[in-house]
Ligand binder design. Structure first.
Ligand code: GLU
Length: 447
């Protein structure tokens, strides 16, 4: 297998799908050498098969807004790969959602889920519905209309969606309500990220951020460093950034920045528990403005319009918002300001130029599919609880999450250790995830 040849074919077919091509190239470049040591993979054409989703559902979602106008959006579910388990992955509601975005996310999800140690295949879905400025009633009507179509494609042993950007506990609740009515079954295992009183796992809302900080601790420990007292810059203020802010603060770090599409809030003395709680209020408002934090806490937070979190001096950068949110210039600015670690919490949060910048300058860097896997892993734990009709305590879930993040770190070290003893986490995560899925595909025959 030659990456250049595979990519040339994919570019000819999907030239306009930039994010998808970016994600595929990153994985194939990491695994090329190891893959070519396995002629049985080449014979079974694993690469040609693994880069294509099993199927993509596209559907129209029509709903009525508060003014009585009929609105139409597009809905999608990309069922990417089911070699190691049922399709599993979140739903993204964002105005920029395209099939390319969901294909990249489904592809990443396949290898991320393989890293979790749990039996889950990869999927992603969502809609170009824009939640910004929508009322609660509009969100509910949209979620119901979306599920009206989606419900036929999913099931607890078939495909299990969850949240992602623009989809949190509230949206999962509205979607589950509609699913239950259509399926005429109380099948909680069909969605994860549910409310705690009706099948949701304790700690699932926090899990992506908590897991990311556990992983960051392992990265630092391996490099002989400690998170205590370090300055952390986060992007976003949604569910993921919220969990990361809680755990970073609990571990003794100082969260000195959060950001939004409108700019950055610099928090010189570190984020406080009141400010962390306020992140939830800001998300629920659907205003999508980080300036609201500075308006609420003017003495502690300083808002600068049009700037990213990466303009704030920090030791550790944690992108928690969207793909390609940290580019080559941002990486250079961070490094010039003394940043020595970047753990990607968002999916593909850094551009290839940024990753190159970090890795070539000896900055500790770990990719999203390893760092943020605690979210989907805890979804897997929610599925186990639902299937056995029990619920675990916070300690049980947290212990399992710790174990999973440690296992992912070990897998990265196993496959990514360089000759000088340092770890290439991109290579390690890609090889570990890919080999597991490829082996399962091989064993299941030509499908
Ligand atoms: N959207 C999250 C992710 O990117 C969680 C998916 C899930 O829990 O299924 O991994």
């Amino acid at each position: 297998m030659k990456v250049s040849e595979v990519m040339a074919k994919l570019e000819a077919k999907y030239g306009h799908e930039k994010e998808y091509l970016q994600a595929v190239r990153e994985v194939l470049e990491s695994i090329e050498e190891v893959y070519n040591q396995h002629p049985e993979f080449e014979k079974a054409k694993i690469v040609e098969r693994i880069v294509e989703p099993d199927r993509i559902f596209t559907f129209r979602v029509t709903w009525v807004d508060d003014a009585g106008n009929v609105q139409t959006n597009l809905g999608y579910r990309v069922q990417f790969n089911s070699a190691i388990g049922p399709y599993k992955g979140g739903l993204r509601f964002h105005k920029a959602v395209t099939p390319s975005m969901l294909k990249f996310l489904g592809f990443e999800q396949t290898f991320k889920n393989a890293l979790t140690t749990l039996p889950m295949g990869g999927a992603k879905g969502g809609s170009d519905f824009d939640p910004v400025g929508k009322s609660d009633a509009e969100i509910m009507r949209f979620c119901q209309a979306f599920m009206w179509e989606l419900w036929q494609c999913i099931g607890p042993d078939q495909d299990i969606p969850a949240g992602d950007v623009g989809v949190g506990g509230r949206e999962i609740g509205y979607m589950y309500g509609m699913y239950k009515k259509l399926a005429r079954e109380y099948n909680t295992g069909v969605l994860t990220g549910k409310g705690a009183t009706w099948g949701g796992s304790i700690l699932r809302p926090e899990a992506t951020g908590f897991g990311a900080l556990y992983f960051t601790q392992h990265v630092l420990a391996k490099a002989g460093k400690d998170i205590k007292g370090k300055k952390v810059a986060l992007s976003g203020f949604g569910n993921v950034a919220w969990g990361a802010a809680i755990k970073a603060t609990e571990l003794g770090a100082k969260v000195v920045a959060i950001s939004g599409p409108d700019g950055v809030c610099e928090i010189a003395e570190g984020i406080t528990p009141e400010m962390i709680d306020y992140m939830l209020v800001m998300r629920a408002s659907n205003r999508n403005k980080v300036q609201d934090m500075a308006d609420k806490f003017p003495a502690a937070a300083k808002f600068t319009a049009g700037k990213k979190a990466w303009s704030v001096k920090c030791d550790i950068a944690l992108p928690c918002a969207f793909q390609n949110e940290l580019n080559g210039d941002d990486a250079k600015e961070l490094i010039a300001n003394g940043t020595w670690c970047c753990c990607e919490v968002s999916n593909m949060g850094c551009t290839p130029e940024a990753i190159h910048e970090f890795q070539s300058r000896g900055i500790l860097f770990a990719p999203g599919k390893a760092v943020n896997a605690g979210g989907v892993a805890t979804s897997g734990l929610e599925m186990t609880q639902n299937a056995s009709h029990i619920s675990w305590s916070a300690k049980e879930v947290d212990d399992k999450l710790h174990f999973i993040m440690e296992s992912i770190h070990e897998a990265c070290v196993k496959f990514g250790t360089r000759e000088d003893g340092s770890v290439d986490y991109v290579k390690g995560a890609n090889i570990a995830g890919f080999m597991k899925v490829a082996q399962a595909m091989l064993e299941q025959g030509t499908l």
